[in-house]
Design a protein around this ligand. Structure first.
Ligand code: GLY
Ligand code: MN
Ligand code: MN
Length: 483
């Protein structure tokens, strides 16, 4: 067969399994396709909220042109990529979620906001069938420029014009860690990095500390979907025990609902039976579940707009807490209740932690494991209690599970809580099976309870409070679900 190899095909021939396209195929494939629909896509609910965000960016960087890439696909292995998930700064600026839009770039200028992306090509273009990155045959029908404009409310242009549009523009800043190619392009244009790039990243974190109404409603939806996932897990626990590798079964059940109701899980699910709960980031999830042990499940649904819940419940696998499990559980619950109570505007970000950790320290003193008094361990030069709860109690929550990661310490850890902030409250106690300081009855027990709390002008609102927290309620809830 007479095969013609285009330059693109030749470059792409890095493996030994592609068959080239015959001339006959090339003529045949472009014919007899129905025209694209003229009905525009539904405008995103987020589109009503992005203009105010752009105004804040412009006010922070007057006269500057701000380049905010979505990022490229990330390689999982060899020629397989992870499912695409845009950089959170891009999602915040454009309102785009799900898997939109690899290689896209948002540009905020003093008088426009332009979304550059790869619009669909005509079906007569080889890209239609030959490009596994952009081709309709491979990744589905892409938006045209007009369709994306209707979806987002933004002016849209072809990404291939970005370099030309930016050339000659003064004062360009870029979110550096999103797309190395775009960062290199901007650096070349400016003759190198600009120190203020990190200011842009910082502002894009700090602006997100206080959520707008849309963001709060999305976080509510994420918590509602997460509740469904936890209910499904509680219902399924007898099967998880029976099948073996119950931790994986649980991860799968939750993951099903995360993908069904939302975009994905917002972070890798921690499904930890028994002593595995004492490994804080236990995500291998390959253990069995035993009826006399606890399951610590830390899981959250990320909805299509990419806002995620972050919820932990610690459940008695067999449906009833043992005496020792209940004692630890109730200590953590009391700590969490004290922490949530401190989630008030005007309090410091650290106040929920201080309230929770005091209860934790008092319990540790009660069971006789602290080598000092409660006040001594809570003093700056103490910290003995951290052997059993080494992590903090709270973090901001939003598009990222650990949201606003580039905010300055004085705006985050050392700042006041403000209405509209959403933070987690997640104390725990972790008694490793190998911890010889701990009374034997508690060894191998790990408990965390985590909820997502909206700060208001008045009382804190627990966005994930539909899930039971009290030990008796947890038992009743499990019994009801398991029928
Ligand atoms: N799921 C991660 C965390 O609780 O921070
Ligand atoms: Mn958390
Ligand atoms: Mn968590």
């Amino acid at each position: 067969m007479n095969e013609h190899v285009t330059a693109a095909e030749a470059k792409d021939r890095t493996d030994n399994r592609k068959s080239l396209y015959s001339e006959a195929f090339k003529k045949f494939i472009v014919q007899d396709w129905a025209p694209y629909s003229s009905i525009p896509p539904v405008r995103l609910a987020s589109a009503d909220w992005t203009a105010a965000r752009h105004d804040r960016l412009r006010a922070a960087f007057p006269g500057a042109t701000l380049v905010i890439p979505a990022g490229p696909y990330k390689v999982r292995s060899n020629d397989c990529d992870y499912r695409f998930r845009p950089h959170s700064t891009f999602a915040w600026v454009t309102g785009l979620g799900e898997d939109r839009e690899p290689d896209a770039v948002a540009v905020v200028t003093p008088d426009a906001v332009i979304l550059y992306f790869r619009p669909r090509c005509a079906r007569t273009n080889e890209e239609f069938y030959a490009s596994s990155r952009y081709g309709e045959m491979w990744v589905g029908q892409r938006d045209s420029l007009n369709e994306m404009a209707a979806r987002t409310g933004l002016e849209c242009r072809d990404i291939r014009g970005l370099a030309d549009d930016l050339s000659g523009v003064k004062d360009v800043l870029v979110v550096r860690d999103s797309d190395p190619e775009v960062t290199a392009q901007v650096d070349e244009l400016r003759g190198g990095p600009d120190d203020r790039d990190s200011d842009l990243l910082r502002e894009l974190s700090e602006f997100r500390l206080v959520k707008d109404e849309f963001e709060v409603s999305e976080l509510r939806r994420a918590c509602e979907a997460t509740k469904v996932g936890f209910e499904a897990v509680a219902k399924e626990l007898p099967n998880a025990v029976r099948h073996g590798r119950g931790e994986r079964w649980v991860e799968g059940v939750f993951g099903l609902h995360a993908r069904h109701l939302g975009n994905a899980v917002g972070y890798d699910t921690i499904s930890a039976g028994g002593d595995h709960a004492n490994t804080l980031h236990w995500i291998r999830n390959d253990g069995d579940l035993a009826p006399d042990e606890l399951l610590l499940l830390d899981a959250g649904v990320e909805v299509d707009s990419l806002y995620t819940a972050d919820v932990t419940r610690t459940l008695p696998v067999g449906g009833r807490f043992t005496k020792a499990q209940r004692r630890v559980y109730e200590a953590v619950l009391a700590a969490q209740t004290a922490g949530i109570e401190a989630c008030r505007a005007g309090n410091g970000f650290l106040d929920p932690h201080k309230a929770a950790i005091r209860v934790i320290a008092e319990f540790l003193a009660d069971i006789g494991v602290l080598p000092c008094s409660v006040d001594e361990t809570l003093a700056e030069d103490g910290g003995y209690h951290r052997r059993w709860m080494v992590h903090g109690t709270s973090h901001h929550l939003g598009l990222d599970v650990h949201d606003c990661a580039h905010a300055r310490r004085e705006r985050y850890r050392d700042a006041e809580l403000l209405p509209g902030m959403v933070i987690t409250v997640e104390p725990g106690l972790y008694f490793k099976a190998t911890d010889l300081l701990v009374p034997e009855e508690f060894r191998g027990i790990g408990v965390r309870i985590e909820d997502d709390i909206l700060i208001t002008d008045g009382d804190p609102i627990n966005l994930s409070g539909q899930l039971p927290r009290k030990a008796d309620e947890v038992e009743r809830w499990m019994a009801a679900l398991q029928g």
